[in-house]
Design a protein around this ligand. Structure first.
Ligand code: PLP
Length: 276
């Protein structure tokens, strides 16, 4: 059984619990981050913990652990689950228990879970996927809060329409990001990704760095019309790498197949981290 860390203790998975008065339970008040391990080593650990600590501050909590302390706990969790070659590390910081069940009382809880990585269908990468647009904006876009209620609703709608991801879109039809992914489009040879109102994904950062070697790159607002005119589009995330997008709602993107630019980035990424 997997060993995880909850609020100061390493525990077997089935004993890992938090009190029901934690603000994460009562108010959905918590942040998280998810890190992939490759050959037993966490990928981009520093960047993920920096983002976690930034999320903690953005929701108005005072970080109770240093980056080094969190890293040490992550490495201990990995050590205690040494049989897992590939895994997802999920770090959560909850609001903690609060006397008035509302305002945090400076006693956040730290949780470090380790889970298997769900396999994604190979055809997503070879044939590309459909995504839908969904009018929604996240309240604190650059914080990774655990509140994924809009995401669940959007993804259910996506599945109902035969799509694998939903892209959040403003009321005036500016596309932002997916429920668990960032969005890129190749428009007239320039690689564009929305610059505002999105989570600054760790994969997004890698793609921006790799992309610069291949195309002009621009972080800018992206309208739905521009996205639909793109020759290629793709979504990115820790759990999915790069997934080519060949359809947005009822519109086919480019040739309807994963394009050359997307494939070049997929192989550059695979060279860098050992997967797509
Ligand atoms: C809303 C949102 N945008 C983007 C991403 C992609 O970020 P990353 O590449 O760090 O996984 C995620 C990941 O879960 C997300 O939840």
């Amino acid at each position: 059984m997997k060993t995880v860390y909850v609020d100061g203790k390493f525990l077997p998975w089935d004993k890992a619990v938090i009190p029901v008065d934690d603000l994460a339970v009562l108010r959905g008040y918590a942040v998280c981050d998810i890190i992939k391990t490759i050959a037993g080593r966490p990928y981009c650990l520093d960047a993920h913990i920096d983002r976690l600590l930034s999320s903690v501050t953005q929701i108005g909590l005072t970080p109770a652990w240093t980056k080094e302390e969190i890293k040490e706990i992550v490495f201990k969790v990995l050590e205690k689950n040494a049989h897992m070659d590939k895994a997802n590390i999920r770090i959560l910081v909850t609001g903690g228990s609060s006397p008035d069940f509302f305002i945090p009382a400076d006693n956040p809880r730290l949780i470090v879970l380790i889970t298997d990585i769900p396999a994604l269908p190979a055809h997503w990468y070879t044939k590309g996927v459909k995504v839908i647009t969904f009018v929604q904006q996240r309240a604190l876009p650059d914080a990774k809060a655990t509140n994924y209620i809009p995401a669940v609703l959007a993804l259910k709608e996506a599945r109902a329409q035969g799509a694998v991801e939903a892209l959040y879109m403003t009321r005036d039809k500016m596309v932002l990001e997916g429920t668990t992914s960032n969005l890129f489009a190749l428009v007239e040879g320039t690689l564009i990704t929305p610059g505002k109102g999105v989570l600054k994904g760790i994969t997004r950062k890698t793609i921006l760095a790799l992309g610069k070697k291949l195309f002009p790159v621009s972080e800018q607002d992206l309208s739905l019309d521009t996205l639909l005119s793109a020759s290629e589009a793709f979504i990115t995330g820790t759990n999915k790498g790069i997934v080519p997008v060949i359809q947005v709602d009822d519109h086919i993107i480019g040739t309807g197949k994963p394009g050359r630019g997307t494939r070049a980035l997929m192989s550059a990424m695979a060279d860098q981290r050992g997967n797509g």
